[in-house]
Design a protein around this ligand. Structure first.
Ligand SMILES: *[C@@H]1O[C@H](CO)[C@@H](O)[C@H](O)[C@H]1NC(C)=O
Length: 288
């Protein structure tokens, strides 16, 4: 093998590996919502230093735990910054850390110079603000989405869905901020931000379930994100089908990537073939 051929193969390998890792993380990294407060801080102000330090704390802490809150004191009460992150209950520390790092980098871009911001990926939430929002229940609807109608035997499916959602809202009497449930092919999950008390979490989830049932009457899947809790369900398949738009985008990217890798492989093969031919020719000439 010539050096060029070796390089070609390495490139191929690296591209394939990176496309594989992006596939495995897509369900966690999918964007759900993001928003910023209208108020801006001045560049170079102490508040900016506070925001940077808060965001760094979120990323560092997410490598060790799946929820944490921070209060960064400012020079005055008005400059105090509050923030938290939370990962979906089934994520490992590694995945949680990765998700929060990604969310923080996105919120940093989205909410440049804003005094507050929030960003939810499928795997994690990050939020910071001037207002002391820690431990305060907030049932504002942030995202609501329903899938297409259930195609067959909808009464049976809806019965199972309502049972699962009811079970998630009630819980088992212990404080479980992350809850999953299933019945037949209906899967559902719910989560409260852990700064809520047991009672507030129950209240937030009941509200979310009520709104979801009303909004997504007989839809195959539905998502209801309130500011401090969410409930999602889907019939058949993975729950991350709940964000079909985004997954379609991901699929497109994956397709493009696959085509690109195919093209590079083809070019590499042609180069190898041509260099083989030219060597064979040289040998042929040498023989005469
Ligand atoms: C914030 O975090 C501290 C520990 O880091 C914890 O004791 C406290 O309960 C948390 N507060 C809220 C509102 O989650």
């Amino acid at each position: 093998m010539t050096l060029a051929q070796k390089l070609e193969l390495h490139l191929l390998l690296i591209l394939t590996i990176s496309s594989l890792t992006s596939l495995s993380n897509s369900a966690t990294d999918t964007f759900v919502y993001g928003g910023c407060s209208q108020m801006k801080y001045a560049q170079g102000s102490p508040y900016e230093v506070g925001v940077d330090s808060l965001l760094t704390s979120l990323v560092n802490s997410a490598m060790y735990t799946t929820y944490n809150n921070f209060t960064i004191p400012g020079s005055s009460q008005q400059d105090t910054i509050y923030g938290l992150f939370q990962c979906r209950g089934d994520l490992s520390n590694n995945d949680c850390g990765r998700c929060v790092a990604r969310a923080v980098s996105q919120v940093g871009t989205l909410c440049l110079d804003s005094t507050g911001g929030a960003l939810q990926l499928e795997g994690c939430l990050v939020k910071y603000d001037k207002n002391a929002f820690l431990g305060v229940e907030d049932k504002t609807v942030v995202v609501k989405k329903c899938g297409p109608l259930i195609s067959s035997d909808s009464d049976a499916v809806l019965g199972r869905r309502d049972a699962v959602l009811g079970y998630l809202a009630t819980g088992d009497g212990t404080y479980k901020p992350y809850r999953v449930g299933g019945s037949g092919d209906v899967q559902a999950k719910a989560q409260c931000v852990q700064d809520l008390s047991f009672g507030e979490c129950q209240d937030c989830l009941s509200e979310a379930v009520g709104q979801l049932k009303t909004l997504c009457g007989n839809a195959r899947w539905g998502d209801m994100y309130l500011a401090k809790c969410y409930v999602r369900y889907s019939e058949g398949g993975d729950h991350s089908n709940g964000n079909q738009d985004h997954n379609n985008n991901d699929d497109e990217i994956e397709k493009t990537l696959a085509i690109l890798i195919g093209l590079i492989a083809a070019v590499a093969l042609i180069i190898i073939f041509v260099s083989f031919l030219s060597k064979a020719c040289e040998k042929g000439k040498g023989g005469k």
